[in-house]
Ligand binder design. Structure first.
Ligand code: SF4
Length: 95
């Protein structure tokens, strides 16, 4: 039993020593490139979400109350959400 474990360990060590460094270097570079790709994808999603949020017109609407209890008496469910992007009741606020 002990000989089998020792033989298995010896084969494992031999296998680890004979694997080319290029495989590990390839794996390392793959991880680095994957991390860079994830950062770029997160940045792209942030820009898209920001652009979508800036299309919501409620902040410039005269019906917007700026009160968290009732943001809009006309469309209380849609106010400050993506549903309000093409709101037909939008009226430019006059300050
Ligand atoms: S009327 Fe429409 S645009 Fe104006 S605050 Fe209400 S949901 Fe937003």
């Amino acid at each position: 039993m002990l000989n089998a474990i020792a033989e298995l360990a010896a084969r494992l060590i031999w296998l680890l020593r004979t694997l080319p460094n290029a495989v590990f270097a390839g794996l390392a570079w793959g991880l680095v490139l994957l991390g860079i790709w994830q950062i770029l994808a997160a940045g792209r999603d942030t820009v898209r979400r920001s652009q979508a949020m800036h299309q919501i017109p409620c902040a410039g609407c005269q019906f917007f109350t700026n009160d968290h209890r009732l943001k809009c008496p006309v469309h209380p469910q849609a106010a400050m959400t993506a549903e309000a992007v093409n709101c037909s009741d939008f009226e430019q606020a006059v300050f």
